[in-house]
Design a protein around this ligand. Structure first.
Ligand code: GRF
Length: 200
């Protein structure tokens, strides 16, 4: 299947997907990487791997809807079977979900429904949980509230700060994401009766 990955930062999840796509058994290839901002490591990773990129920055558009429509068009160029938001720090809107709804996965560094939003690691640490983790969900119109596809737990260690805990989660998260994307790419994925199909 054809994967498009949405990024906003370091791209460690993207790197894992790029490494996996070199394995023919993975069943999917990253055909495009789209970011909401320029000058990030994830875009360099894509270029180094010879994967086309696009940047759709909010400030280049008169309003949010125009940005969302531009993001939708930029992703549509690559004719994806599956879109993976991997460290993408924007909410996709109605135009995007109208086009790709049901085929967008997101990875979040906490055990949803706990600690949704942009600071899941910091919030879990501040709460004092002993176990956190990461979640792969189907993206819908809400904030990290789509159906849960897969989760893995990660222990919080004494002395952890946001950086050390997030790094430990990311080690596990990229493996979970590659596993889920591979399963969807090879055989679709039944979720509470909702089949995440390739090709819509
Ligand atoms: C990941 O933990 C993702 O879940 C969160 O931010 C991190 C992005 O990491 N939203 P990267 O850009 O894939 O390295």
């Amino acid at each position: 299947g054809r994967l498009v990955v949405l990024v906003s930062g370091t791209g460690s999840n993207l790197a894992a997907l790029l490494a996996a796509h070199d394995d023919p058994a993975f069943g999917a290839r990253v055909v495009g990487v789209v970011s909401d901002r320029p000058g990030i490591r994830a875009l360099e990773l894509a270029r180094e791997a010879g994967v086309p990129t696009a940047v759709v920055s909010l400030q280049d558009f008169p309003d949010r809807t125009a940005w969302d429509e531009a993001l939708t068009a930029a992703v549509a160029v690559f004719s994806p079977d599956l879109v993976v938001a991997a460290g993408f720090m924007k909410l996709v809107g109605a135009p995007f979900l109208a086009r790709f709804g049901g085929r967008v996965l997101n990875t979040h560094p906490a055990l949803l429904p706990s600690f949704p939003g942009a600071h899941g690691v910091r919030d879990a640490l501040a709460y004092g949980v002993k176990v956190t983790g990461c979640s792969v969900i189907l993206v819908d119109a809400g904030v990290d509230d789509g159906p849960i596809v897969a989760q893995v737990t990660v222990a919080v260690e004494d002395g952890d700060d946001e950086a050390t805990l997030h790094e430990r989660i990311k080690l596990v998260e990229r493996g979970l994401l590659v596993d889920v994307v591979g399963r969807v790419a090879r055989d679709g994925y039944t979720l509470d009766g909702r089949k995440v199909r390739l090709g819509g």
